[in-house]
Design a protein around this ligand. Sequence first.
Ligand code: AGP
Length: 613
Amino acid sequence: MCGIVGYIGTKKACPILINGLLRLEYRGYDSAGISTIEDGYVSLMKNKGRVMNLYDLEGIDDLNGSIGIAHTRWATHGKPCKENSHPHMDNSNTFSVVHNGIIENYNELRDFLTKEGYSFRSQTDTEVIPNLIHYYINQDTQKDTMAFLRAVQKTCNAMQGSFAIEVISSLYPDNMIVVRKDSPLVIGKGKREFYICSDIPAILSFTRDFYLLNDYEYVLLSRDEAKFYDKELAPITKELKNIEWDASSADKDGFEDYMLKEIFEQPKSIRETIGAKLKSNEAIAFEDLSLSKDYLTSLHKIYIIACGTAMHAGLGTKALFEKFCHIPTEVDIASEFRYRDPLIDDKTLCIYISQSGETADTIAAVKLAKSKGAKTLAVSNVIGSSITREADYCIYTHAGPEIAVASTKAYTAQLVLLSLLALYMAEVLQENSNSEIENIKQELLLLPTKIEEILKNTKPVQDFAKKIYKESDMFFLGRGVDYAVALEGSLKLKEISYIHSEAYAAGELKHGPIALIENGVTVISMITNPDLAAKTISNIQEVITRGAKTMVVTNQELENKGFDFIYTIPKTHPMLSPVLSVVPLQLLSYYISKEKGLDVDKPRNLAKSVTVE
Ligand code: AGP
């Protein structure tokens, strides 16, 4: 979705802003723009298309201002075009604004402003913001920086919906105001300078010290200080946080694409996610989480709620909660959960998974559960993200920044962290004989090395990708946790190769989808549970008979019964197998996308972080 960058300091703002926007490109966008404060006026440079195209705009090299705002837009209100790109200015070209989010009542605000004599140049919801600020400042008898702040505050109070905004003005050439509500925005601190961004990787090469903003916290920035105010504009203090990620973790590090780099980072991200939580012969311990036996015993139900790949991580680990905690566990899609009045109360634990921590539907689902008295626990990869501040409890995957739109290392880190959580809860509950739990704990520690083994053997997957990349339909099959992985494999393929694919529980095949199997269709199956292997093999025979090409991902010693490609992965506990079996599927999607010559990291129509409904 849209990205925001801002700079106020002593250096030339333009190159810093464009560098920041380039680092946000992975989020998905259709246009870009910047505004800087120049001598006596606010510049405005924007256009449809790539960030680099900004350098083609006449006059961009003459921008010398050291205060500026910048934006990449992913169209919601109004088609992608120059007029609809951000920044937007008021009618008098005094205030310039970039905005992430959606202003739900923008029609009413537009009508109001039109009656007041304002006119509009774009079809966006955003354009009401600079005009409202202009309107409110004209109503104020004062003209100092507090008047500027009051005008922004009144504007925010008039808006319904979500927003993260940056405002600069030729009337206040040494200041910038930023504020957020339900849309991410952080402030990085340097020496006599501040960097503002919607997404930390954009400014990681400049600073690792950040202020994290809560909803309706206003920041009045000058080169020397950041003054923070609450919703009523009473001054508040904010703590500076150091973010561990280093700048190189947001670079490609010699890999052709972020996605490939992130696939190869999985052993490291799993090791770091396990961290000190799991040590041989000790009970699992979470540094920041302590759930009492009384509370866990009181639970009647666990919900795991998320979107997309994160939801698949819930499906891949649900069985661990049921088997070892003996608590019925349901996995739900956040956008469904939030609108269906689910049966939850204080005896329900709602676990939310979100890599970015900014997914609008998942955050809304947290708020819903809290309003019904349930405790909420967030699993996120981004420290200080919105979901981590909304939920009652929070635990982190330590996957480092995930830049590629297609999630890989965050998914396997989520699987591992949720497995640890399930076993931790089981140990607190002391429900089970511990031998199987102990076995899974040992297997968890071995997962990084086993992924390393898989990553040494990518060539056969690449060769198979060369054989099938021109196809238009594929199927993914599995039973139990293999079905959860089938869903993830299918999503990965759709996202980055644009090949239509479906995932089915292997037993469902005969109930309809088999009608689509014919010569040339590829069927990819996972077989990792010895108890279910024979059943899935029979299902594969049924598709081979009907002409399908087949790939089998397995940790069993299978006799090749006419499969086109068997890819063998190391053995592990059956309930942990998704962490391993997904890796060849990630690689397959990656290589197919490369064969097709597509942009692996920035697939069409997709955004890394879906901050609107
Ligand atoms: C994954 O490849 C997708 N890009 C997408 O499904 C993603 O997992 C989903 O949007 C949820 O994102 P989140 O984890 O940041 O909430």
